[in-house]
Write a protein that binds this ligand. Sequence first.
Ligand code: HEC
Length: 299
Amino acid sequence: MRETVWLAESGRLEALSVEHYVDRDSLFAAALNSDLAQGYESEEALGRDLLAGEFLFKAPLLLGGQAAKAGMSCHSCHVNGTDNPHFLFPAISGEPGTADTTHSFFSKSLGNKVFDPATIPDLTKAGKVSHSMESAELEAFLTTIVVGEFSGEAISPSVIAPMAAYVRALRVWGGNQKELSRARSLDKDLKDLRATIDQAIHRASIEESDVAALLLSSGQSQVQVIHERLQRVSHEDLRRWLVARSREMGVLRQRLSAQETGVRRDLVALRERLSSGPDFTHASENSLYNANVLADTLK
Ligand code: HEC
């Protein structure tokens, strides 16, 4: 499994079977009651940005260099916007849970040639970067770490805005609330995949094709997470179906990057295929989503 590459052996089973997360409804409620809401014309617009921001966190294409090639995304270190005490990557980490983000592994321009790993911060907690809307320090920070390798173009503010909204909301939500923990679940992963494509369709309709394309890269990465957990011969048909959807996302992503028209219609068709796909109901028991099967396989 791809994630094992950046997980410490000691925390592997835990990290692959349970995850910290922030409840979406309570994140939305917190954002709605904060200054963040003032920048939005409607509650729906705020809700859409929070979802897009969350799914963009899972897009490997946002990171440059080798990190993107390894399939690493913001989510690899900031699991669902939190931290990752089990993150361990050779040459990048010191202790588990730390990373040197100014390593040339992430980007040639950010590399400072010094090995200085820092603890991966939980973004729901207070941190170093100011979230002031006036100073836009957060936008500047995100623009620096997000490497626009995307068709060689600089990353656009329309990509940064939903990520900044999500990061601000996490801190607003933070305070004294407690993160929740849940078992990794096939059902949840499939739901998130469909929700990601819904957001891509929205971005394609408002001519933010760069955001839509990144959301598809997030979708492809999510498909891989599902695909690699379905390992049995009996899962062969499901795997084939997933591979076909991922290829479709790859093609649509390229068409969006090429600013082609008419992509929205094909995104809607993809979304329909995701709803009317094969029956995944019993696939989970017999897969690496099942903690017992996972533990045996890791052994
Ligand atoms: C390899 C692990 C890793 C990845 C991948 C990563 N981060 Fe981080 N992030 C860190 C570490 C470590 C720090 C703390 C850096 C420091 O304190 O110097 C940090 C700091 C931050 C902060 C500042 C928190 C504060 O103190 O206010 C934000 C926001 C953030 N990351 C967002 C992101 C986003 C968005 C992405 C994806 C584009 C991302 N990170 C990818 C490890 C990572």
